[in-house]
Ligand binder design. Structure first.
Ligand code: ADP
Ligand code: MG
Length: 640
């Protein structure tokens, strides 16, 4: 509890104590005899209950008055004020039972409920904040031989920083010296520390556990992992789910409608049918108390909030509650292959040069042509070629997505890529008997051989497919720009329902559009399509799908921008977990809607026919809100 909540709690406790005293005096002492008149005794009781009432509820009354001043009349402050003032006002009807005790109690319970609510919201906010407590405060840089702390914003790409044990890594970069273990739990949910040494890339937000490391910064703070995550989380609240918007709109019409009905209920029977005023005014008041929609207005966003918070504890960033809602209906999941299902670090399996060139030279030419590419294939070729890359020799580089690259090296035109690239440039190439991704290389239009590379599937990819099926996903599809035999091998290994190979980036969009149509047409029409990619050549598809899921750690910035859900640890098995969380959250949301509306409707009917009393009304309002909030908080609990 924070200070303000503690103060409210103490105020409520004081009000409850005074309420008990007032109740005891009213029930136990012979007030009428003491004051000599029934009426005087009644006004004494009135005064006794007014004290705890005002202590507990003065702020509600003030807010209601302020809102009326602003022209926003119908909110729960208004409902509570009218209902409780009304209960006290019944003292003016000589033929009715007095209801001061109920009036004060309604306010007390309401405030208890409110306190509870603010505690619950604060708690879920805090758990998100804790998890998001990744913003670094400073970076250590060397100035004039001294290590000084500067704002991470002041550090530029290319600068060197020092991260001491126990400190948070402030910026993304590459380790230049030292070795250590990093705690990445806040980012990926992964609890096993990661070993790093010189040459390894590290991301901001991790905590350096053991050793001193020097890091060369690769991105300014504004583009760092931490800054991007914080931005995503901050914006998440703005993207509301349909259900959430519905509840807001619902409350906007519902509250005035209920006030109208309450007035009619209080006025019509006495006016037209000569019924007792006090009886019907009381029914109208009960009706008002019951009808307060706060259980819904609070518990629904809280559930979504909890779901998003729970997911991020597993390293799954959901950019808004609308995406959680869509994800819960996922029926078709489409995957990109390279970097998504496979880990994207290719091994060179074989180098097959043509007769008049040697293997090392073939590899060197390919590595130079790929020098500027960030495609996983390019990175792997550069790694396999251990020699130095001389930037001076490279010129006119052009990357053709889905095909390969073209570059001018030492004044020779070099092409490195797949059959498509070779055919489109009219180069006479020949195939290889090995299974794998084949990189053909040509020099000045002359075929000079190929490099065979193979990628391995991620360790949890097969498990991910099984988990998706268990989660109720009806169809899994793999789309790839790679060769059909490689695609077939991966699809069989992972037990994927369908695959399409040799696709260019634009073909992937077309395929996804076809699959979208099929998914939307199937069954109840509610099914949705999720696309999972790493963003290398598939950012357009991420936006086209009902929901785009990107691999965050190794994915490109474009993918993280374009995606709706980001998996920080690149594990495909987290997709099924995300779907589970989404389903659970939606389940909780609907339970709350049905439960709250159901109980309220029942008590409203009882109030209208005169069976319900104020106490029941209080339960229907505050009790339901508390239960709904408790239920909503379950959305935050996720299993690792
Ligand atoms: P995937 O759909 O499997 O993620 P991409 O669409 O990124 O694959 O690439 C499809 C194919 O295009 C690759 O299998 C490769 O043959 C070729 N290719 C793409 N980029 C490059 C590159 N930089 N160098 C060589 N070949 C490339
Ligand atoms: Mg890819």
């Amino acid at each position: 509890m924070n200070k303000k909540q503690k103060r409210t709690r103490n105020r409520i406790l004081l009000a409850i104590a005074l309420f008990v005293v007032a109740y005891a005096i009213a029930e136990l002492l012979p007030l009428a005899a003491w004051f000599g008149s029934q009426t005087t005794a009644l006004w004494v009781e009135f005064a006794l209950f007014l004290v705890p009432y005002l202590i507990a509820g003065y702020d509600v009354l003030l807010r209601a008055a302020k809102n009326i001043g602003h022209g926003q009349v119908f909110d729960e402050n208004f409902l509570m004020s009218v209902a409780t003032i009304g209960a006290f006002a019944l003292v003016l009807f000589p033929d009715s039972d007095p209801h001061m005790a109920e009036g004060a109690a309604v306010m007390l319970f309401y405030q208890v409920g409110e306190l509870f609510q603010s505690y619950a919201v604060g708690k879920s906010r805090k758990s998100i904040a804790d998890m998001m407590d990744i913003a670094p405060e400073f970076a250590n840089v060397e100035r004039d031989g001294q290590l000084v702390r500067v704002d991470p914003y002041e550090v530029a790409a290319g600068d060197e920083i020092v991260v001491k044990p126990g400190e948070r890594v402030p910026l993304d970069g590459v380790v230049v010296s030292g070795a250590s273990q990093l705690d990445t739990a806040a980012l990926t949910g992964e609890s096993v520390p990661r070993e790093v040494q010189a040459g390894d890339e590290i991301i901001s937000g991790c905590v350096n556990l053991t050793g001193l490391i020097a890091v060369r910064v690769t991105k300014p703070y504004g583009q760092s992992t931490v800054a991007r995550i914080l931005e995503l989380v901050e914006n998440a609240a703005e993207k509301k789910a349909k259900t959430e918007n519905f509840i807001t709109r619902f409350a906007r019409y519902y509250t005035p409608a209920v006030v109208g009905i309450a007035v009619l209920l209080a006025v019509i029977p006495p006016l037209l049918f000569g019924q007792s005023w006090s009886d019907w005014v009381q029914r109208g008041l009960i009706f008002l108390v019951v009808s307060c929609p706060c259980a819904l207005v609070i518990s629904v966003p809280l559930s979504f909030f909890g779901g998003i918070g729970g997911a991020s504890r597993l390293g799954i960033l959901v950019k808004g509650s609308n995406y959680l809602e869509t994800l819960s209906h996922a029926e078709t999941v489409v995957f990109d292959k390279t970097g998504t299902l496979t880990d994207g670090s290719f091994n060179v399996v074989a180098v097959h040069p043509n007769a008049d060139i040697d293997a090392q030279r073939l590899l060197s030419i390919a590595a130079h042509a790929e020098a500027y590419s960030n495609h996983p294939i390019a990175l792997s070729v550069k790694q396999a070629y251990s020699g130095p890359i001389d930037q001076q020799r490279i010129d006119e580089v052009e990357e053709r997505s889905g095909h390969g690259v073209q570059a001018r090296i030492d004044e020779h035109v070099v092409l490195v890529g797949n059959d498509k690239l070779m055919s489109s440039c009219g180069i006479d190439f020949h195939d290889c008997e090995l299974t794998g991704t084949i990189l053909h290389v040509s020099l000045d239009g002359e075929y000079i051989g190929h490099i065979v590379i193979a990628d391995v599937v991620k360790p949890d990819a097969a498990e991910a497919m099984a988990a998706l099926r268990a989660a109720g996903v009806k169809k899994t599809v793999m789309l790839t720009g790679d060769r059909a035999d490689v695609a077939a091998a991966v699809a069989t290994e992972l037990d994927i329902d369908e695959y399409r190979a040799q696709l260019l980036p634009q073909d992937k969009v077309t395929e996804v559009e076809k699959l979208l149509e099929a998914t939307h047409a199937a069954g109840s029409g509610k099914g949705k399509l999720a696309f999972v990619g790493d963003g290398i050549n598939d950012a357009p598809v991420l936006t086209r799908a009902d929901i785009g899921i990107a691999m965050g750690a190794m994915g490109s910035d474009a993918a993280i921008e374009a995606a709706d859900v980001v998996l920080m640890d690149d594990k495909p098995s987290n997709i099924a977990r995300a779907i589970h969380i989404a389903r659970k959250t939606m389940g909780i949301v609907w339970q709350n809607i049905v439960f709250a509306l159901g109980v309220k409707l029942l008590v409203l009917v009882l109030a209208a026919v005169g069976v319900a009393n104020m106490w029941l009304a209080v339960f229907a309002d505050v009790g339901v809100a508390v239960i709904a909030i408790l239920n909503a908080m379950r959305a935050m609990n996720v299993h690792k």
